[in-house]
Design a protein. Sequence first.
Length: 574
Amino acid sequence: MDAKTFDKAKLPSRYTTVGPARAPHRSYLYAMGLSSEEINQPLVGVASCWNEAAPCNIALMRQAQVVKKGVAAANGTPREFCTITVTDGIAMGHQGMKASLVSRDVIADSVELTMRGHCYDAIVGLAGCDKSLPGMMMSMVRLNVPSIFIYGGSILPGTFRGRQITVQDVFEAVGQHSVGAISDEDLAEIEQVACPSAGSCGAQFTANTMAMVAEAIGLALPYSCGAPAPYEVRDRFCYAAGEKVMELIAHNIRPRDIVTRAALENAAAVVSASGGSTNAALHLPAIAHECGIEFDLFDVAEIFRKTPYIADLKPGGKYVAKDLFEAGGIPLVMKTLLEHGYLNGDCMTVTGRTLAENMEKVAWNDGQDVVRAADNPITTTGGVVELKGNLAADGAIVKIAGMANLKFSGPARCFDSEEACFEAVTNKTFKEGEVLVIRYEGPKGGPGMREMLATTAALYGQGMGDKVALITDGRFSGATRGFCVGHVGPEAAVGGPIALLQDGDIIEIDAIGGTLDVRLSDDELAKRREKWQPRETDYASGAIWKYAQTVGPARFGAVTHPGGKEEKVCYADI
């Protein structure tokens, strides 16, 4: 493809590269070694969430260099830049987790600002850890310039005394250690072998869930999100993405042509079929919001309800992302869902073809047991279920993949922070049969809607995973298992019913009927509400305070701006 075939009169980079008035701007580009030919080509932002915080992101810079080669080979001019990442595995279990969800919106904002400020014409975005994936996709649909998403790839599984393990096993080992089930030496060995390579957490936790979303929603090339980070084949996907984004510019195929309501439903179906993270119910509405599409928790949950659970992936199952890739990859899951009517095949994708056209040559693999055919599922309904009731008028969500008991009733034991609950779990000062309530951890009240993996994993490690339940207006990691209900809304900080609970109140959870109730009358709840007083957080300034001022309810994705529906002028059309 010849760069001369691109008409810069319709591309954002005309504001920095075309005409006599832009001589000062071009002088900066010449200063970096660009030729006049490169300046006259489309400028492609290669956005990376690289950092040295964790293995999730460490390979992204190297992969970005391959993307740049692909862009250049197709007569584009790549311009690399980085944005932040907060890695949940490091932030988990302490105040650092308040920064996690906030980082999603900061990533989207910072990519937007870099693109706007420098007038780039397209994006290839690379992301590794949990919030960086939706953050990068949010920026793509917000800007609506031709875009391709690249996942940095999953980590390889570790091995502990002949058993395959992931970081989930390390968190659960902390609980085992607290009750004397394993020794100091055992714990030290587990932590040293659990994460043997670069890449994001290897099971169907949030990163791999959102990687599946990227392929299912059409923003990533087929198979590209399944290849583990250390596999050399990742370079082929990165190079191809660089070339392909130039075709998207030429044909003016934009993210909002791809991310439609039907595509969002496809993404939700793949999450459900794979027993994916409950966090997808937060991120899909946020991505939809950027497009101006109304698609909230209840819409996501409706797809979950009618989609079978077919992929036997940890934490509910036994396999990891590497196993899925070698069995046939994410397209194997999508192919059987499409064949049995659970996906819309007419959706456009970044290949320039529809989802159905992408799936035409995907063959079923009878020699694997990682994924079942959609007409022979593990369970007939999805691995994630929405709940609603007098405790959750705005909904709540629970991951049931791998769970045997889907109902729980017991007295509340209330905590106003994760730390307070974790202390009770560590000291074993709770009782079997209780429903542990962690509140004031929602988007506004946290602030930041922390994940509770440290607490839930400790419970599971103690052997209490099916003997207590836990509900929160915060979130759970994709690695959480057990009867754990998150996203309870309205949150405590705005006076939601979860704020009115007292120790001993009987809470009833029914994941079959989809209900979450407290055994109290409306009159009693109203009396308690009259006495309730808002709580102040410890964050009175800075980024987390700023987030709390603008963030909306979890039901709509915990978003921080009005979204595409209120947009006057889209960046792509400036």
